[in-house]
Design a protein around this ligand. Sequence first.
Ligand code: NAD
Ligand code: UDP
Length: 322
Amino acid sequence: MHLRKRVLVTGGAGFLGSFLCERLLQEGCDVVCADNFYTGTKRNIIHLLENPYFEMIRHDITFPLYLEVDEIYNLACPASPVHYQNDPVQTTKVNVHGSINMLGLAKRLNARILQASTSEVYGDPTVHPQTENYWGNVNCVGIRSCYDEGKRCAETLFFDYHRQHQINIRVVRIFNTYGPRMHPNDGRVVSNFILQALDNRDITVFGDGGQTRSFCFVDDMIEGFIRMMAAPDDCTGPVNLGNPNEFSILELAEKVIALTGSTAKIVHQPLPEDDPLQRKPEITLAKEQLGWEPKIQLEEGLKHTIDYFKNIFEVSNRLKII
Ligand code: NAD
Ligand code: UDP
């Protein structure tokens, strides 16, 4: 008999994965982190390595993985456009082959499995805010398609394994999440703006900056994952998790400048292809089914994130070793 719940976190050395591993250890779980370090780093989990209930496996989930666990959180996949577009074929593979491998593992073990899906399944949405029953507006041949269609196919696989093999699945659709341990070079807007502001470099707003996003702080997101995994068996999702407070990218730039006291100036650069115009989660389902809603608002979350980047900025002698 196992006294501790054994939990596998794929992508556990990444931004969200490392916080999830930490939280699961705090809850008394025996945690296995599987990661190929494509975008994750040892630095994110180095503080966990001495914990006897934490195990790290260097593994690419597009290949089968054999181990024994009770629950699986499937987070492995590069999340930022810069990274997932760097090797788009691998991005589709991690979502399709990777999901099949993890669902196969869940099937053999009769384990509960949670999929980290994304608001990108809604594409450039024509419904606002986005509800879970909206089918989305996705280009299947664009530069974001490897990620968007990959994640959509992963959701299909999760629901087919559930219907065909009675796998206990949970699908959460994550909206833009930020916080400490974001990869400094991954090009995501929050980390880009903070690093630019701290270095008094130009703040690169793509397009006119009128496009919107809703930013969720990492601690709130991890709480959502834990609640979703613990929810009753019929709570498969998909469930939106995100902060419904919506900001234009220009507003975000102004907030970052104000909070850092930077002298940086805003400059405009071309809008990337297929960049969604607006994004805001409808989270009624998460409130009703999980009793979950975000608690940390943008300004507070930005302050924590700025402190983190300030620290690594100094330690790394102005980013030379990041
Ligand atoms: P991240 O890039 O920091 O983490 C992803 C992790 O997966 C990294 O550690 C990476 O090395 C690992 N990985 C990639 N390919 C792998 C493979 N083939 N085998 C094993 N490990 C592999 O990104 P994140 O922000 O922590 O995102 C985690 C998950 O949440 C992803 O699935 C992402 O799509 C999803 N998500 C994140 C956001 C967000 O705003 N952060 C939004 C929507 C969805
Ligand atoms: N963006 C920007 N400047 C940057 C990075 C991103 O204006 O330096 C914009 C980007 O075009 C998008 C939004 O910020 O409209 C969010 O981009 P991110 O890559 O963080 O995530 P997305 O939500 O697009 O996946």
